[in-house]
Structures are given as C-alpha cells and as structure tokens.
Design a protein around this ligand. Structure first.
Ligand code: HEC
Length: 712
C-alpha cells in the first residue's frame, strides 16, 4: 500500500506529492514554512512523520529510528545517485555529527563544537557560530574535540560545547541567546560531545569524562532562558553530604569503599531519547570511574546506575526505572550507545519498546513503560558472559571474566562491539542496522595503581601492550572484524551481515526506498538493499567517514548527506590497526541526489611526517617499562597505542619526532604543552625523570619500527 503526503516545500510556491511507506495515513497539508527559521514546535516534533522531507532531530523523529519515509531514491534507481554539493568546514578533526534539516536549512556541528547553518539545497553557508573553545581545553576528554550533533527547537539551535557549556543560538543568524556552564565546580574535567535533546520547553544534556574522575549527571534547562530546572545524578556522591534523591540513597547501597573520592563515572555522554507520549527521558549511562571495580568499589556491588538504561520523568527529573546491562561494570562496557524507540509485535502483541546494542555485545529489548526486559541476546562474539538469565535479568559471567586471577583475553573490548556510531531501524523490514565490530582485548589489573586526577587516564587496569609484540599482534589482528549487521530484534537473530576490511565504520541510516547507507573510515560510502544486504551503490570519497548520514527533501528532490572526518576513541588510540586506513582527513559535508553531477573537490594533503631517525637507545629495560606505563596513562589517548599514531592527521607520530634527539627540548614540550594546539602541558602531573622515561620508551619504539622496516 502507498500513502500520499502533500508537502509544502520551503519555497511555499510549489505543491508536490511524494509517495512513500506502507501504513495508510489521510492526506494532510502541513505548511512547514512559517517564515521563522528553526521553528520546530512540540506539535511538529511529536508528528515528525507528517513532514518526511525534514530531519527534525539527530535521529529524525523523537523515536530516533534514523529511518526516512522518503522513496524517491530507492534500490531501483540508486545507481543514479551523484554528488549534489560539498561544503568544507576547513577543519581536520573528528566529524561525528548527524545534521538536522528543518525547512530547507541544514544545521550541523563540526569539531570544536562549531555550528554551521547551510542552505540544504545548495550547501551555501548561511551562518556559522564558533564557541571559541580554548585550545588547551581540547586536551580534556578521552577522544578528541568531536561533536555528535545539535537540537533545533522553537527558533533556537542548542549545542553542547566541548568545555561543558550549553549554548542557545538564534536559528536565524547564529547569535547567542543564552549560555550556561554545566559544570558543578571549577576545574572539572567534563566535556560535551553528545547532542542535547529538547522536549516540552526543556533542553537536556549530559557529559563525558569518566576517565578523568567525573561523577555523571544530566541537567534540564529552560529552553527559553537557560534556567536550571532539574539535575539527575547517575551515581551517588559522598553519603556524609546527604543524598540528592531517594534514587541516590538506593544506588549507594550497591557501592562499597570510598567510591566518591574518584568520581564514580556513569556519564551520559551520548544517547538520550525522549518519549513525548509519557514525558519520559531515557538515559544511556556510561562506565565506572575508574574502570576497574576492584579499585572503585573494593567489596563489589552492582554500582548503580553505571552501564544502565535509566528512565527519568522529564518534567521533574525523578527516577522511574532502570535496567543495568553490566552490573559491577569493570570493562568500560558503557550503555551510552544509541537508544531507539519502536513498536514491535512480540508474542502477537504490539509492545512499545526501547532497544540498545551497547558495548558489552548483547542486544536488549525492553518494555519502555515498565522497564521489563523482553529479550537479550548476543549480536557478536561475547566471552565475558555466557548469556542473560531471563529470570533475574542479569548476565551470567564466565570464569575469570573480572580478570581477578590474572590477565584475561576477552570480547568485546573497551572500543565496544558497537560504539556511538548510530544504528537505525526500518519499520518496513523490521531490522536494526548495527555498525558492528569485533575486537579482542586483554584485561588485567594495573600494578602499583595510584589515582592521579587531571590530564591522566584513570582506569585502574593495564593497557595491553600487544601492539609492541609483533607475534601477539599477528594473532590478534585476524580476530578483528568490522561489519554491518542487520539484526532482527523480535527473533533476536542476525538477518544478514556485510563484512568490511576495517573497524570503526560509520553510523547507518535507512529509508523506505529499501536502502541502508553506511560510510567507512577508508572513505567509501555504500548503499545496501535493506531487506537482503545486497550492495547496490558505492562512492569513493577518499575521505574517512564515521558519522551517520541523514535523508531529506527540498522542492521534491531527495538528498542524502554525510559529514566526513574520522574521530573518536579508536581513531586516535588504535594506532596498530591504522595501517589499513588510507583515506585522507577533512571535515566536509557531502550531499548526494539522483542525477547529481558535482565533482569531488581535491583531497586535502596529508600532514608531512619527518623520517624515522631516532637517537641511539638511551635507557635500560626498567626505565623503558616505566615509560611505557606512563605513556599509556598520559599520552596514548592521543598519540596512539604502542606509540603508533592513529588515523588523526592533526596528531604527530612520536616515533618520528625530531625532539627525541633532545632531552631538554622534549621535556619542555611535554611540561608546557604546545600553545594554540591541544597538546596539553603535564607540569603538574609528570616529573622530569618520568618524562625522560617516556622519551626512552619512544626511542625504543622508534627502533622497533626501524627493525620492522629492515625485516620487510
Ligand atoms: C589531548 C591530546 C594529547 C595528549 C594527551 C598528548 N599529546 Fe602530545 N601532541 C598533541 C598534539 C595535537 C600535538 C601536535 C601539536 C602541533 O600541532 O604542534 C602534540 C605534539 C607533541 C609533541 C611534539 C612532536 C613534534 O615532533 O613536534 C611531543 C613531543 C608530544 N606531543 C609528546 C607528548 C607526550 C610525551 C604526551 C604524554 C605525556 C603527550 N604528548 C600527550 C596532543 C596530545
């Protein structure tokens, strides 16, 4: 069956009809051009399906299915898809945002939380807003100055800024309407990289920062003026100070020791979905701070509400229910991954569900009214738990899963079987399209752990050093797999899977044209048939993609748009895997349409790399080993595992640094950082002797690389 929807395009002149979808809806006339830019009202937001040519929020509708009902581009004609326009942001960092498209205008964030408003039909810039994050603040956070998107509501654009500000802009010209600091205290290491959600006059935002001793919370502000309405903490604070709510008193019963001294974690750094029918906001909470429970909560405990889906009354901020995916989290198995609302037929009954495929490798389907667990099954190789017991709703852990008896090779890794890369759901096929990855990891306690809040990773477990052992690396690499998995959430089984040569592939979008689109960090954009997984189109951008595309229409023409620029944790940390990724690096919005004839602008140059030319080895094994541990805690998150730089063009590979030849020059750079870049200074964290140990380690790693070159 087809339905007809009449659209009033942004021009207001041309009346046109698109056919799409399969559920019958009466013919409606929806004037979408009020003349006021970004005028997304609650009524429009709640009935987003009536205006399929718009993409009103990062997930398109409040259900965040990332499904477009448009059918002009379909599996039958996708061959004709060509480039319509390209907008270059002029930056080179992680590009992970999905655009929002309202009445012919595209609003999108780039790195450093910069906002762009573009004519969605031509790519012409209408305005841009730069919150001017202090470059030094770029060193905050685990995974780079990336941003996953914004919200548009009642004539304003809301963006969470990397340095923890929340800013409201006038959608017409990008001028600041209000701005608040979401930190509780000075010098907190909170960062915002996720998109705010807007609902019923409120803007809601969380943070990242659990690697740096942050206590998670989510705050709601008045959308009009930024006044704080409520704050929901995700983990309890110091009991002596009294608990903020009953939920915190309950949660505190599941913690032991003096957890509050290290923050606790549970940050809500990405996913939140809002259900306007019940005025409930669902939060996906993060890992513990530090990661290792033996340090965080020494006598055990579930440590609520880490790694959970938590339902909160969006009006009052009161706790309603929770489901904890990983009790006593000890592996960085966050439940911050995209949450998705849908109505599924389960046992012949329609159920309003919430779904998630978090890092831990299980796919969860919950009743979103009650929090009842309906099903949970592995969508990937999982070794830390055998299954989820449906009577208790808890995972059944395997032997030594908590690495209490020594190092344990495990799947998934802290990179997740699925990370923040958005998944999508098609009501036509009933399938969820998951950017999946299989990465093993060796978990083990960190010896001589000492809490060092500040610029240093506070994990409490040892970062595996397999990148340094070519033999181990050779065994690990074949176990690594990236793929697009089409998952049937009712049957809890895989419908189809397409493998990629690399991991960290882009988010997905699906459409009523029986298509799924996904980009790769190697610079390809692909389309598949949504029902069968057959690859029906590809385009080589030459620039890496990790973001998810969006689909919209203007004047009856359908577009597909995606932001380029690799970024996020793996792009920086996973240096040893980076060899396979040959794409260039740049933040551009690539937009396609049927018959598009624009050409791909020249690719950006790579950052030139000095030759590998280390000084003679300058230290014994002890100093090098100490340097390795210090490097893992302080430098690796930017300069890469095993001192092998990741995919980020803006960060040098230290094995090649001419500064290795100069002890004092190296020390000054590390103590003071680099002005105007986000290379942080470590004066308050590292001693001269420690910096020298790091240099010795880097010299050793440079020689390892030379030896390897000679072998080949
Ligand atoms: C938050 C990310 C980040 C962290 C953490 C970080 N760096 Fe850097 N580092 C950078 C960036 C970005 C640059 C490039 C600056 C530029 O463009 O000049 C850089 C440059 C450098 C350079 C100059 C290299 C050259 O040849 O010019 C040295 C040396 C260096 N880092 C050492 C370290 C050491 C040692 C640590 C850990 C103690 C560390 N960095 C931690 C981001 C980081």
């Amino acid at each position: 069956m087809t339905k007809e929807i009449t659209l009033w395009p942004a021009s207001g002149l041309l009346l046109l009809t698109l056919t799409f979808g399969c559920t019958p809806v009466a013919k409606q006339e929806i004037p979408t051009d009020s003349g006021i830019p970004g005028l997304v009202t609650d009524a429009r937001w709640q009935q987003a399906d009536r205006e399929p040519h718009n993409w009103l929020g990062v997930g398109r509708t409040y259900e965040e299915q990332r499904y477009s009902p448009l059918t002009q581009i379909s599996d039958r004609n996708v061959d004709d898809l060509g480039l319509a326009w390209v907008y270059d942001m002029g930056s080179k960092a992680g590009g992970s945002a999905t655009p929002v498209i309202v009445d012919g205008v595209m609003y999108i964030t780039g790195p450093w939380s910069v906002v762009y408003a573009l004519d969605a039909g031509t790519g012409k810039q209408l305005w841009s807003y730069d919150p001017r994050v202090n470059p030094e603040d770029g060193a905050r956070g685990c995974c780079g100055v990336t941003n996953r998107g914004l919200a548009v509501y009642e004539g304003k654009v809301y963006v969470g800024v990397f340095d923890a500000r929340l800013v409201a802009l006038d959608a017409e010209d990008g001028s600041v309407v209000w701005e608040v600091n979401t930190n509780e205290r000075d010098n907190e290491r909170r960062t915002i990289t996720g998109a705010p959600r807007v609902a019923n006059g409120r803007v809601i935002i969380g943070h990242g920062g659990a690697e740096f001793g942050v206590r998670g919370y989510v705050t709601a502000y008045d959308a009009k003026n930024g006044e704080q309405l409520w704050r929901f903490y995700t983990v309890p604070g110091n009991p002596e100070k009294g608990f903020e709510s009953k939920a915190m008193a309950e949660a505190a019963k599941t913690w032991t020791g003096e957890w509050w001294t290290q923050g606790g974690g549970g940050t809500v750094w990405d996913s939140m979905v809002y259900d306007p029918t019940t005025d409930v906001i669902f939060l996906g909470t993060g890992n513990g701070s530090p990661w290792n429970r033996r340090i965080r909560s020494p006598q055990g405990g579930d440590n609520l509400y880490l790694s959970s889906i938590v339902a909160v009354n969006a009006k009052t901020g009161e706790y309603l229910w929770h489901y904890q995916t990983t009790p006593g989290e000890s592996w960085d198995y966050t439940a911050t991954q995209p949450l998705l609302l849908a109505t599924l037929e389960i046992d012949d009954k329609p159920r309003d569900v919430i779904m998630q495929a978090p890092k831990n490798g299980f796919f969860y389907v919950l009743d979103r009214q009650t929090g009842e667990l309906l099903s949970a099954d592995k969508f990937t190789k999982v070794t830390w738990a055998s299954h989820v017991d449906m009577n208790t709703g808890r995972p059944v852990e395997t032997e030594n899963a908590r690495y209490e008896n020594g190092p344990q090779l495990a799947f998934p890794s802290p990179f997740g079987a699925h990370n923040w890369h958005p998944m999508s759901y098609s009501p036509d096929t009933g399938l969820v399209y998951i950017p999946h990855q299989q990465v093993p990891w060796v978990y083990s306690d960190e010896e001589n752990y000492e809490a060092k809040p500040g610029t240093i990773f506070n994990l409490g477990l040892k970062w595996p050093d397999y990148p340094e052992d070519p033999e181990v690396l050779e065994q690990i690499l074949p176990m690594i797999k990236g793929s697009l998995v089409a998952w049937d959430p009712v049957k809890q089984e895989k419908a189809w899977e397409v493998e990629y040569p690399t991991i960290w592939n882009g988010g997905t979008v699906t459409s009523a044209g029986n298509l799924v689109f996904q980009g790769t960090p190697t610079g390809q954009l692909y389309a598949y048939k949504a029902d069968t997984g057959e690859r029906v189109w590809s385009y080589n951008l030459g620039i890496g993609i990790v973001a998810a595309p969006a689909i919209y229409a203007i004047n009856g023409e359908q577009y597909l748009s995606v932001l380029t620029g690799v970024g996020g944790a793996l792009s920086r940390i996973a240096g040893p895997f980076a060899a396979a990724y040959q794409a260039r690096h740049s933040n551009r919005v690539y937009t396609f349409k049927l018959g598009g004839t624009a050409t791909n602008p020249p690719l950006p140059e790579r950052r030139p790399q000095p030759p590998l030319n280390p000084p003679a080895r300058n230290a014994g094994t002890d100093a090098v080993d100490a340097g390795r541990d210090l490097y893992a805690r302080s430098c690796m998150r930017c300069h890469g595992e095993g001192a092998i730089a990741g995919l980020m063009d803006d960060i040098p590979d230290l094995r090649h640094s001419p500064l290795l030849h100069s002890g004092p020059g190296f020390e000054i750079t590390v103590l003071n950082g680099r002005d105007g870049t986000y290379m942080p200074g470590f004066a308050s964290q590292l001693t001269s002797a420690e910096i020298e140990q790091i240099r010795s380690y880097l010299v050793k790693r440079a020689h390892d690389a030379l030896d390897q070159e000679k072998d080949q």
